[in-house]
Design a protein around this ligand. Sequence first.
Ligand SMILES: Cc1cc2nc3c(=O)[nH]c(=O)nc-3n(C[C@H](O)[C@H](O)[C@H](O)COP(=O)(O)OP(=O)(O)OC[C@H]3O[C@@H](n4cnc5c(N)ncnc54)[C@H](O)[C@@H]3O)c2cc1C
Ligand code: FES
Length: 238
Amino acid sequence: MEKIQKGTVKNIEKIAKDTFKIEIQSNVKNAFAGQFISILCPPKTLRRPFSIRGYKDGVIEVFFKLKGEGTNYIKSLKIGDNIDFLGPLGQGFRVENKRVLLVGAGIGIAPVLFLKDELNKKNVQSFLISGFKDDDEVIEGSDKTVVGGSVVDYLPELIEKFKPDVICSCGPHIVLKLISELAQKYNIEAQVAMEKVFACQIGVCRGCVIQIQKDGKVQNATICHDGPVFLGSEVVWN
Ligand SMILES: Cc1cc2nc3c(=O)[nH]c(=O)nc-3n(C[C@H](O)[C@H](O)[C@H](O)COP(=O)(O)OP(=O)(O)OC[C@H]3O[C@@H](n4cnc5c(N)ncnc54)[C@H](O)[C@@H]3O)c2cc1C
Ligand code: FES
């Protein structure tokens, strides 16, 4: 069983329309971009998963967008309040000294911003493009921000200019599918951080299974435990 972590709210602030940043002081020793934490949001019994936006000295940063009871519970927390979570969970992005094109759609910008920080520390070249529906939803921190249109439309030109070895992305299913197709066309690796509604969060309930193709065989994989980051070329897209 994954260890339950007890943390306290260090800071909570609004960063865009219906979108907040929370910093959690914890005893967590390390975290990597693409991993997530799963927060208990009473009276809900099923924890809510959130990508890790940043990590430093035990402080875990998360961006969350208001959806329902769980995210409204997190918004109601005050500095110093206790917070109960699992994690860091899951497999993150794996990029070693590659030129990385980062793509974040909507709140999906959170894990790619974390990856950008990690790459900057290692002096690895990256370029981050993000897309949002409206001006008031924009989360800062990208090299290029697209408002209103599809972020995918800007990728062919960026690929030609930036010549990435790998594209790392997070966002809605359809965006990840289109990015994977584009990456295959340009013969570039794609890593996609996938999402589904989670129940157990630890690979047991099988509620978040997708199909992946490996060595010519189609097999099941759980997003929460085997992912959330997968190679775009391995995912059986539907
Ligand atoms: C691996 C992973 C990483 C995530 N990272 C983030 C993040 O960094 N920031 C963030 O704001 N959200 C993130 N999410 C989504 C987040 O978990 C949901 O928005 C949250 O659980 C909603 O909880 P709620 O109780 O407020 O809403 P609920 O009352 O549970 O749901 C409200 C509405 O949101 C829909 N919904 C719930 N969960 C999801 C989901 N996973 N995907 C799409 N729709 C959903 C429901 O179907 C319903 O329509 C992530 C999800 C996963 C699986
Ligand atoms: S949520 Fe239970 S296996 Fe992934």
